[in-house]
Every structure is written in C-alpha cells, then in structure tokens.
Design a protein around this ligand. Structure first.
Ligand code: PHE
Length: 451
C-alpha cells in the first residue's frame, strides 16, 4: 500500500522546507565565501540572486511537486512522457549526497558532544580534528548515530516526524543563532571583524564572486535534488506557494547571514586580521573555530551552543534528503514506507563508510586530488545539480511552458505577484547562469581556471 503523507499546515511546510535549506551550507560555507569575495558586496550579490534566481527555481520545484503529487522520479514523466530522464537524474543526486552528508553530520555530533562534556580545551589542539577523522572506527560510530537519528524521524512520517521536529528545532536554531551572534560581536575588538564582514569591497565584485554566490544559493536552498519537489507533493492545494517561498528564502538567507556574524568577526580578530584563516574552507569549522572558542570566556558553553546549532541545521537537512530518497523508492516499488526506510538506512551506512575512511586508512585513494567524500560532492554539487537545474528550467520554459507552474501557483490565491519576472527568470536568466556555473566549476576542478 502506498501511503501519501502530508504536511498539516503551511507553517509546518515552511519550517520543514527551511529546515532542509538551512544546513551545513549556511553555517559552514556561506561565511567563508562571504569573507573571500568581499564581505558586504558578496552579501548584496547573494541577496539579489536569492530574490530572483533562487525564487524562480524554488517556486518551480514546489509547483511541480504539488501539481503531480509525485517524487522527482515520476513528476517530470507525468508532465511530459519524454522528459522522465530529468527525474531520474534529479533522483540520483540525493542518493549520492545522503551518505556523505551524514559523515559530516557525524563529525558535528562528535564536536557537540565534546563541548557538552567539557572538552573545549582538548578541541583546541592542532591535531584534535585530524586525529578524529583519521581514526578508522570513531567517525563511523558517530555517522551511524547521526543516520539512525535521521531514520527515526522518517519512520514517524511526514506530519508526526518531519513537521513536528522542524517546529521544535527551527525556532531553537534561530534563537541560538541570535544568542551566539550577539555574544561574538560584543567581544572586545570584534568591530574590525564586523566591518570586514559587512563593508562592501567593490574591487571584489567580479564574475567569480557572482558564480560563487549563485552556486552557493542553489545548494543552500536544497534545489536540483528533488527535495523541494517531494516536499511540494506534500502540501495542500490551498497553501500559497509564492508567499511560502518568500518565507523560506528569508529564513535561509537570514541564518546564513547570522552564521557569518558568528564566524567572520571572531575569526578575523582571533587571527589578527589574517584572511587566510577565514578562507581555509572545511578546516574553518573544525579547527579554527574551536581555537577561537577556546580563547573566549565560557568556551564550553559557547562551543556546545554552536555545535548543537550546527547539528540541528544538519539533521533537518539530512531528514529532507532521506525523505526524498525514501519517497523515490516508495514511488518506484510501491512497497511499504517503513521497509524502504530501513533499507535506505542500511544503504546510507554502507555508502558513508568509504567516504569516512577516505580521510584515514583509505586516504591514498584520490580522484584528481579529491578524497572520496570530495569526489561524491563534486559529482553531485558541481556536475549533476547544475545539469538538473538547467534541464528543469528548459523543461518548464520550453517544453511544458511556464504556464504549467504559474497556473499551479495561482491555484491557492488566484494571484502570482511576480509572474512576469518568474517567466523571464525561468526561461532566460536562470539557464544562462546555470550554464556558466556548470562550465566554470568543471574548468576549476580540472585546474584550467582558478576560482
Ligand atoms: N541546503 C543545505 C545546506 O545549506 C544543503 C543540503 C544539501 C540540504 C543536501 C539537503 C540536502 O547545507
């Protein structure tokens, strides 16, 4: 029996979708991109792209989901028989991402536990993080705990599981973000770092900043991986898609901005204005930040608050990933949701293990200089996602026509305020941007250009 679950209210849907959107990307990646690409000017570019490009893609996916009531795998096929392959490609993305996302989720859980048990001093050591991820068994234990926590929510269902947990975790996440950001920017000397984060550096507005912002945006909004199509299939016909999308965007962007406030000024001050510390990427969260926390009063409290916040952000994202994968297989096989959930969990654990070991005993395996986890990340984020997003826009723009989406949006309120803008964005602006993102990220990965 195929059971179709659903969200009970528009608010529940918004919080669940925001839970998916707000993830490691917001807290970990956004701040260092902002630091790298000129602070305030990057924020501005990001904001403009969010209310245009991000808006168009998000509306599109949610409308496709609600109109067809299906997961990505069949949604495209239902709208046009020849276009089913887009759904297949979109479905591969969460299947690839879920396992490695849980590896990082496990790291976050470990760090939250370290701080909760008073280990702030240990986490300051240079080799604390490296020692942990290179250990053959410990990271695997944490990733299993992370995956099982995700599974429990999925087993409870869309309404009792996803919606209810989002209603608790998302408000807590906002409050924690505010508290940490206020604490950090009121530390001595933080104003210089604050200026560095907020002051536009016009010399850094260039093509790369633009592409970085666009790439970050659609990853951050959980686009092009079937998630928003699946979530869209769970919303009632009378829920207003346009205003929901605006709320989700505001939520996602606000948390990214706050994460920047928590991280950029503190690291800037701690490193004495050394920008390379901020631009180091992955090591920022697990190596630099623990040192910054270690230098503050109440380091255990602030560290615990921070990593709990990151854990909430990560787990609500992995929930959306697992739900999407489960819904794909439920649609495909017609089998019981619970059975599929358990099978997906086992798959996720088995596939996550190589990504985890790639930092330790299997670190000799490398793909063009990338670890196993980075390789999966590259295939999904830099190759498949732009392709899926591009195909989706072309599909809506030229195959089934934007009217398919705009009519669906108008079902609830009879209005679509940004309709004209939407049509231009989905037909022309987004496809052009997506081609640029795709080409540049591939050239960058092969060292042909330097982003
Ligand atoms: N949107 C999430 C973030 O910003 C990323 C994500 C990826 C979410 C994959 C779900 C699935 O981190």
């Amino acid at each position: 029996m195929k059971e179709k679950h659903g969200f009970s209210s528009k608010l529940g849907f918004i919080l669940a979708a925001a839970g998916s959107a707000v993830g490691l990307g917001n807290i970990w990646r956004f701040p260092y991109l902002a630091a790298k690409y000129g602070g305030g000017s990057f924020l501005l570019i990001y904001l403009v792209l969010a209310i245009t490009f991000g808006f168009a893609l998000l509306v599109t996916e949610i409308a496709i989901g609600r109109k067809t009531g299906k997961s990505a795998l069949f949604a495209f096929k239902e709208l046009d028989r020849r276009s089913g392959f887009i759904g297949v490609l979109a479905s591969i993305v969460p299947i690839i991402i879920l396992p490695y996302y849980c590896v990082i989720g496990g790291w976050v859980l470990k760090f939250a536990t370290v701080y909760l048990t008073g280990g702030a001093k240990d986490a300051v050591a240079d080799d604390f993080f490296t020692g942990f991820i290179t250990n053959p068994t410990e990271p695997i234990i944490w990733l299993v705990i992370f995956i099982v926590a995700t599974m429990v929510v999925i087993l409870l269902g869309v309404n009792k599981g996803i919606e209810n947990i989002s209603k608790v975790l998302m408000p807590v996440l906002v409050v924690l973000s505010l508290i940490i950001a206020i604490f950090v920017i009121t530390r001595p000397g933080a104003t210089d770092g604050l200026a560095y984060y907020l002051k536009p550096d016009l010399s850094k507005i260039n093509g790369n900043a633009f592409l970085a912002a666009a790439g970050q945006l659609f990853y951050s909004m959980s686009l092009a991986m079937g998630i928003m199509i699946t979530y869209g299939s769970y919303i009632p016909k009378d829920a207003d898609i346009e205003s929901s999308v605006r709320s989700i965007e505001i939520f996602d962007t606000a948390i990214a901005f706050l994460a920047g406030l928590m991280i950029v000024p503190a690291v800037f001050v701690f490193s004495g204005g050394d920008q390379s510390a901020l631009q180091a990427g992955p090591t920022l969260m697990f190596i630099t930040l623990p040192k910054v926390f270690g230098s503050m009063v109440a380091s255990n409290v602030i560290g615990a608050a921070f990593f709990i916040l990151v854990f909430f952000a990560a787990v609500t994202s992995s929930i959306s990933l697992m739900e999407t994968v489960v819904s794909i297989f439920v649609d495909m096989t017609g089998k019981n949701r619970k059975v599929i959930t358990v099978i997906v969990t086992i798959y996720t654990i088995l596939m996550a293990i190589p990504s985890s070991l790639g930092f330790g005993v299997w670190d000799n395996i490398s793909f063009n200089g990338m670890s196993i986890l980075d390789m999966f990340d590259f295939i999904s984020n830099s190759v498949l996602m732009p392709i899926v997003a591009l195909l989706t826009c072309l599909f809506i723009g030229f195959v089934v026509k934007p009217k398919t989406v705009t009519d669906e949006v108008k079902k609830s309120t009879n209005k679509f305020k940004s309709e004209k803008l939407y049509v231009v964005l989905v037909k022309w602006v987004s496809p052009i941007l997506l081609v640029l993102i795709l080409v540049s990220s591939i050239l960058n990965a092969f060292g042909i250009i330097k982003l």
